[in-house]
Write a new protein. Sequence first.
Length: 397
Amino acid sequence: MNKLKPFSIAAQAAISLMLAANAHAVEMSDTFQVHGFMSQALIVTDHNDFFGPSSEKGGSLEYTELGLNASVRPLSNVLVAGQLLARQAGDIQQLNDVELDYGVIDYQFYSDADMTAGVQVGRFKNPLGLYNQTRDIAITRPSILLPQSIYFDRTRKPALSADGLTSYLEKPLKDGVLRLQVGAGKPRMDKQSEISAWGRDDLGDYSGKTSYIGQLRYEHGGGGIILAMTYADVNAGLDSKPSGPGSGNFSFQPWIFSFQYNRENWSLTSEYALRHVRSSGFSDPYNYEATGESWYVQFTRRLSADWQWLLRYDSLVTNRADRSGRDYEERTGRPAYTRYAKDWTAGLQWQPYSRFLISTEFHNIEGTGWVPFQDVSEVSTQEKYWNMLLFQVSYLF
């Protein structure tokens, strides 16, 4: 692909989004709001392509994010909100594949000084960890790429949102705020999540089944300390082709424990996850069961109102019973390092204006446990040790 093509499409789409926003903002009521964002990144790797041919020539420009969101309050306790998203991420997604990122009717049925409670119906954002609900807006992220051990781009779509219903309760306490959110719905599966589950996407019809998610979150002292615990039960089924492994089920149950400590000029963030994965009802070797482990520690320092730097260590193990991947290599012949990843990241952000962000970051990585791939044959050509450099320009309106 011509590397300038994604940028050209991104620029044209962004102009259209801004014109649409200006055209409608003056025609609606005072409660109507329209916002949007655009981001364009350059990714350069010495090995292992990430979001396009990043290891070739000058790198890849195939990482673009465009979003347009709107909200309106037809009643004081009813909010209607949604967002359209166009995203280029190598071969995983294309800009012309515009999708409804989220779209909900939010009904707040109880509200007083002691408690607020409500429900959202539609396509809701999953309260997964600290960053999932705003992960597409670059200006809300501490880095260009979120910690991949928790926020997989390999399985981004089912993690991002679900179609169903979610309820929430928020209660102010003496020194903080407690928030509970519980949801049920069908996760959105795509080719990349199918490839991640089976190593291929031609076995049959892969679709989400009724799944559940819940998060308990506490913010102390106006956000000085944030604690959260997330649990999800994600289910999917494969309606197999006659030549496939037979119809069966796939389930994924992560526990995520989140911590953030914020001071005026610095923040310390850490999340830890246990991820149980099981597939059943298929012929071998498509039946498997494993518990993975993920965690990261992240330090951000605000140098001034405009500048911030970041240092992070991120760790992923696909199977706690085989941390090094050696048993997997002996059994399948595929490299052991495809079963884990250790990532040191250093980043820098400059925000000269409130709506404009320039970011760069460097990753030194061992393993390929979270690298997206389109065909399992790619796995054997990946390198164990590799580096990645990213630059990104983002605009919010």
